[in-house]
Write a protein that binds this ligand. Structure first.
Ligand SMILES: [Zn+2]
Length: 66
């Protein structure tokens, strides 16, 4: 699904599984997901990803990674 290399950049706003429209910015947060790899997102897409990405836990688990 997501390899470690691409996980360094933002996978927002919908989790990198919705086609080529990925953001490409540096991912600064990791959002924990149910039965999926954590979602790496930039600050701009943190909010949309929480609400729109598949499998996001609620309340969300967010880690600041850099
Ligand atoms: Zn982004």
């Amino acid at each position: 699904m997501t390899d470690r290399c691409s996980a360094a950049s933002c996978q927002g706003p919908y989790g990198g599984e919705n086609g080529p429209e990925n953001c490409g910015d540096l991912g600064r947060f990791e959002v924990a997901r149910h039965l999926r790899a954590p979602l790496r997102v930039c600050p701009v897409h943190l909010g949309p990803a929480l609400l729109l990405a598949e499998g996001v836990l609620w309340p969300p688990g967010i880690i600041l990674v850099r």
